[in-house]
Design a protein around this ligand. Structure first.
Ligand SMILES: Cc1cc2nc3c(=O)[nH]c(=O)nc-3n(C[C@H](O)[C@H](O)[C@H](O)COP(=O)(O)O)c2cc1C
Ligand code: SF4
Ligand code: SF4
Length: 277
């Protein structure tokens, strides 16, 4: 819970008016239990009179990123599937992790954890275990019986495409060392407590997405690897191998490294359809 220092407070009411929980009683400088730990009171106080839950008060620095800069940045982020064999300096990797504190989470509990896989042997193992788990799942789904039934009841699932994809995937596997991790120097796993309630999965995707943007500003490429998420979901041994706690699931996985390929054009996509009510 944040704490208000009476000796610094001028009772300007900025924190009171911005608190989403109406948790602040300024006459007594008390914050009640309805506080959702959003930190807005810390962020808004001009007197630095509100001590945060964690850490110290850090004044904001004006960002000079213009609208066009953000549009250009997001347009230029591509999924990177070819990495240079160059490791990421520790300072950059630390910064990628440190900056996660600035990304939001649904409940402010911030129960997600990050596992960094960075030795070539472990990345190869992650690649191979994912590959093996997926091939088993592919075979099951696209097998004659299940595939036939699925084709009748869910033709949109595209069993034909799945079979074609699977075939190519298996063929490529004979020559390609890593079809999952792309020989990236780092794989980041975002994992947290599994459960029906809560929005930990959403937090993971937000944290990972922002990480890809920050990585881009560092000249790094990245790629979301849904295959790892799906394999980790199915394979307990895999979770144990990568020290994912018993009650956790991996909700997002990113490969990160220096890109081999530079793009010069946008990929050109449609903006989503919008309904205005
Ligand atoms: C949630 C998510 C999971 C993805 N999983 C994989 C994956 O397992 N392997 C892969 O090569 N690409 C994966 N991708 C990358 C997409 O294929 C890619 O974003 C898409 O083709 C568009 O290309 P772009 O990211 O370069 O714009 C994933 C992307 C997202 C958002
Ligand atoms: S914003 Fe700061 S100075 Fe203003 S009422 Fe709140 S604690 Fe006091
Ligand atoms: S952390 Fe958020 S909810 Fe809690 S008192 Fe401050 S503004 Fe209100």
């Amino acid at each position: 819970m944040p704490v208000i220092s009476p000796e610094l407070c001028t009772q300007c009411l900025k924190c009171v008016n911005d608190c989403p929980s109406e948790a602040i009683e300024i006459k007594s400088w008390n914050i009640d239990a309805s506080c959702i730990h959003c930190g807005h009171c810390v962020a808004v106080c001009p007197e630095k009179a509100v001590q945060p839950d964690f850490g110290s008060i850090v004044p904001l620095v004006d960002s000079n990123i213009q609208l066009e800069d953000f549009i250009h940045l997001t347009a230029s982020v591509r999924s990177c599937r070819r990495y240079k064999s160059k490791s990421i300096p520790k300072e950059l990797l630390d910064m990628l992790v440190e900056n996660i504190k600035n990304y939001p989470s649904a409940s402010n509990k911030r129960s997600l954890k990050v596992t960094i896989v960075q030795t070539p042997e472990k990345i190869q193992l992650l690649n191979d275990m994912t590959q093996e788990t997926l091939m088993k799942a592919f075979k099951l789904i696209s097998g004659k019986v299940v595939g036939g039934i699925l084709n009748v009841i869910a033709p949109n699932l595209g069993i034909k495409q799945l079979r074609a994809y699977m075939k190519k995937h298996a063929e490529r596997n004979k020559t390609m060392k890593q079809q999952i991790c792309y020989e990236a120097p780092v794989v980041m796993l975002f994992h947290g407590p599994a459960g029906k309630f809560g929005m930990v999965k959403d937090d993971a995707v937000i944290w990972a997405t922002n990480t890809t943007l920050l990585a881009k500003t560092m000249g790094l490429g990245s790629c979301f690897i849904g295959f790892i998420v799906k394999a980790m979901e199915k394979n307990k041994t895999m979770r144990q191998t990568f020290h994912i706690p018993e009650n956790h699931q991996v909700f997002a996985a990113l490969t990160i490294g220096y890109p081999k390929v530079m793009y010069v054009n946008e990929v050109s996509r449609k903006a989503p359809e919008v309904s205005v009510l």
